[in-house]
Every structure is written in C-alpha cells, then in structure tokens.
Design a protein around this ligand. Structure first.
Ligand code: ZN
Ligand code: ZN
Ligand code: ZN
Length: 375
C-alpha cells in the first residue's frame, strides 16, 4: 500500500503533515497524538509495519517536539526506509525491554492525548498504567478533519482511483448477470478493480431483487434473474487512496415503477451534488438529496446518511448527515449516495465521490447515472 504513495510524497510532505497534526492537536487542547499502525500512520509517515503485532509501534507527535517513532528493533530497518523517516526520530526497543516506560518518558505525565482509533487496547492499557495521570481521546473524534482536505497530489490519486472504479463499471455492465449468483458478479468486480490498479478491495456489493432493499447486503448465493434491479457498490484502495461508487442496473426491461424510483434517486443525487460548494454545511448536502426523495413520497425509504468522507480509508469524516454543521472546504472528498429501499421488492442507490472545488463540486466518478440495462 505504501510503495506507490511513497513515490508520490516526500519526507518534506510527511514532515509538514506531522507538524500540522501536532499543531492542530495542541489547538484542540491535547498534549500530543499517539499514532498506531494504520491509516493515520500511513498518512503521516508513509510507514506500514510488515505485520501489526503485540510489539509496540507508535508515533508520538507533540507540538514543539520532534516526531518520534517508537518501533521494535527488528522492524527499525523497514521503518528507516519509509518515505517520511527523514522527518522523524526512530526510537527502537528490543525484546525484553519495556517499550511503555520508554514511551511514557516522552510524554507529559498529566497530559490528554489523542490516540488512533485502531490502537490496540493492550497498548493503551499499558500506557495508562505507566502514566496514571494521563488521559486519552479518540484521535478521529478529537481531530475529525485532520485528513479531510486533500492536497493537489492527493486529489490526483483520488481521481485515479475514481477512474479505475469507473473503468470497472464499464466492464461489469457487459458481463452476463441473469443465471449467475451475486457472488459470481462480486468476484468479477474484485478481479476488475485489481486489474485497474487497486491493491485493496474493501467491498463488492451485488444486491439483486429484494436483496437490494437491504443497504448492508453484500453478495450471496441468490441467482440473478431477468427483471431484477441490482445495486452494485464497490471500491477499495488504489495507490493508497480510496474509490467507492454505486450504480443500479436492471436485467432486461424495467417496469415503469422501477424506472420512476431510479429517476427520483438520480435527481436526489444531482441535488446533493449541486449543494456542494465551499462554505455550505455538510448537512446541506444531505438535506438537498433527502428533500427530492421526501417530496416524491419515498422519504421513509431513504434510511441512511447521504455520504461519508474518503481518502486513505474508504469511510471517514466528514459525514453528510443532518446535524453536521461543519463547512465544506475545497479539497474535501466524500460520497453523495442517496438511495430508496423498498422492503421485499428492490432498492436503488447511486453514488459518486465528489471533491469540493473553489466554485462548487467535481465528480470523481463520471459513468452514466441513467439506468443501465444488463443481460
Ligand atoms: Zn424489474
Ligand atoms: Zn459505496
Ligand atoms: Zn460510500
């Protein structure tokens, strides 16, 4: 995952990210950030350990201090080769030594720290024991917008991931659907995403007929038949940045009702997209999309938020949901994905990744949003 992004970003880029993260943490009243292996560490340093184990690997960021990566000695050579390594100090520890005492020595004993959401409880409990006066907050809750605004190079990678997902759709719409299982089509999606450069596939939803009414349905043994509406929702990481798109297709000629419901979702998706501009609130995007569906009489059948942020993960802040008043900022990337779900019958969802520009929004998915007929 880091191989190709490391080619894009330099030690200076990572150094600037770490400095900004430490500053933002201080502004939020935190004594520092404790970053475990995962998306935050990749974004801040370009480093992914060869395996995430019980051995402590932790980036310590605090305003006014040099970033320190606490790392097991046997993994120090790998960490040293990471693109961001030049911008930080490695503090390696050998088996048998106490890495928590060494980490605690770097920290304000009574400080409050933001810690990665995915840090192991094992490590957090040991740190709490080493520093009884310290306290902790979820890094994502404390700094939800840390990774939200993408720079130009990140936007290029987001656009390339979106284009790869679009190329996948252009191929999947031509495979046979009728008579095959959902899981067969899902396997096709997985293969196509990888062929178009994805190193990680996060989801390949194929929800046919009544399964389409369940937004969480993945793909199962149901055999697809003529007359089925099918929700396709797929994505993952390409060069370390995420794709996520949904299109709803129909096997053979749709009924008038199926066409009408699809039209409503398409209009809702367009309304959500048109609400995207700098300074608008996240909830404005949700409201714009939801109003179209409610006005058409299907409000109770749009049962999830309109969108989620995306970057080095495929689901992250900001969220397009009622109550989220934070402003849209140029460089943010998120999904606009309204849907209508009719229990026992069918569902429709249309999803594009959109990035905020100076004067509106730009879609990173551009395949047709008309109802596509498949065979
Ligand atoms: Zn049908
Ligand atoms: Zn999706
Ligand atoms: Zn999505």
């Amino acid at each position: 995952m880091t191989g190709s992004t490391a080619a894009t970003f330099t030690a200076d880029d990572y150094g600037a990210r770490m400095e900004r993260a430490a500053r933002t943490a201080a502004e939020a009243g935190l004594a520092g950030l404790l970053v475990a292996p995962g998306p935050d560490l990749v974004w801040l340093t370009g480093y992914t350990p060869p395996a995430v184990t019980e051995r402590l690997t932790l980036l310590v960021l605090a305003a006014g201090q040099d970033p320190v990566l606490v790392v097991p000695a046997l993994e120090a050579p790998d960490a040293h080769r990471a693109a961001g390594a030049a911008a930080l100090t490695l503090r390696d520890w050998t088996d048998g030594k106490d890495p928590y005492a060494a980490t605690a020595a770097l920290l304000d004993a009574s400080g409050r720290f933001g810690i990665s959401d995915n840090a192991w409880a094992l490590h957090l409990l040991a740190l709490q024991q080493a520093l009884p006066g310290s306290s902790y907050a979820s890094l994502t809750e404390a700094l939800p917008m840390l990774r939200a605004v993408k720079d130009a190079a990140e936007l290029d990678l987001m656009a390339a991931a979106g284009a790869a997902a679009d190329a996948t759709f252009e191929e999947i719409r031509n495979v046979p659907f009728a008579g095959r299982r959902e899981s067969d089509v899902a396997a096709d999606l997985d293969r196509l995403l990888r062929r178009h450069g994805h190193e990680q596939v996060d989801f390949t939803i194929v929800a046919s007929g009544p399964n389409g009414a369940n937004p969480h349905h993945e793909a199962g043994d149901r055999v697809i038949a003529r007359g089925d509406m099918i929700v396709l929702d797929f994505g993952g990481l390409r060069d370390g940045y995420g794709s996520d798109t949904s299109r709803t297709v129909h096997v053979g000629e749709p009924t008038d009702e199926e066409r009408r419901v699809h039209d409503i979702v398409r209009e809702a998706q367009e309304a959500g997209f048109r609400a995207v501009r700098p300074g608008a609130a996240c909830q404005d995007v949700d409201r714009a999309a939801r109003r179209v569906i409610a006005d058409a009489g299907y409000g109770e059948h749009f049962i999830h938020r309109t969108g989620h942020g995306i970057g080095v993960t495929t689901h992250e802040p900001p969220y397009m949901i009622e109550g989220e008043g934070g402003p849209l900022v140029p460089g943010m990337c998120f999904s606009v994905e309204p849907g209508i779900y009719l229990p026992g019958r069918f569902g429709v969802r249309i999803e594009d990744i959109v990035t905020v520009t100076e004067d509106g929004g730009r879609r990173l998915n551009t395949t047709t949003r008309e109802l596509v007929i498949v065979e």
